[in-house]
Design a protein around this ligand. Sequence first.
Ligand code: SAM
Length: 283
Amino acid sequence: MQDYMYDPAYRHLLKAKEIAQKENVIPELQTEINRSIELFQQKINYCDDQTIPPSPALHSLITDTLAYPWSDAYKEGRVSYSVDTAMLSGNSEAQLIKSITSASKARMVLEIGLFTGCASLAMAEALPAEGKVVALELDQGIADVARSFLDKSPAGNKIEIITGPAIESLEKLAEKKTKFDVIFMDANKEGYVPYYKMIFEKDLLASGGTLIVDNVLKNGDTYSGEHSDSKSWAITNFNELVLQDNRVHKVMLPLRDGVYIIRRKEDTDASVPEKKGDLNYIK
Ligand SMILES: C[S@@+](CC[C@H](N)C(=O)[O-])C[C@H]1O[C@@H](n2cnc3c(N)ncnc32)[C@H](O)[C@@H]1O
């Protein structure tokens, strides 16, 4: 899916174009609509062109993911649901996450929702040799495909995949007192609130760490108020929780389907004293 398709304004413009053609409206109006559509596309393409391209390994992983016979895998029962490759995070987001990982001088990184490993590989490429990505994936078949792709990548050996429901994996990681410098949350949207609470209640995010959350605009449903399904409501509720959480610094970027960057205020604001252990902010 092209990134501009996430924007409901773009989708409305496509409809307007169709109506304008059908109703034969004045050419000046049709020209304006067409130019607006073009500008949406040009903006995204320009940003993509101005972004560093993927490494050869990441490029192969992306093309292998798109070319993989997912419908056969589903028919043959190798994956548990019908996979849509639009789940792939893609290069611009992978490079943002890589940039944050390298700027954090991260050593331990967590991805909640691996799919074929696009974001995990980008983060692994930014880690030192002894660094590690722990990647959580529900579906064993998808995890197997990801492993086969990652094994072809020079940085793939830094990625450990844990299969099973993310909430259970997070619980086990917390029991072992594992802490992560960067966490990328991109699994089932209904899980965002419980994952967030667990990350902060169980201290999975290391001091100075950054939590990055994907799909926080949910195709525009969050700000248009036109919630299409329970996933959209889950994201809206999650966003509200983060907004009301006075202990965190947050910035939402309209990149792709929306990305939230969340850090503890004590790590971003010199005037905020450390208040570790105070969990009253979570509703
Ligand atoms: C949007 S995709 C992740 C895309 C990936 N982050 C990337 O960079 O391309 C979401 C993934 O989360 C997995 N998933 C869904 N529910 C899950 C759960 N409860 N626990 C762990 N993984 C889950 C899905 O199988 C899917 O592979």
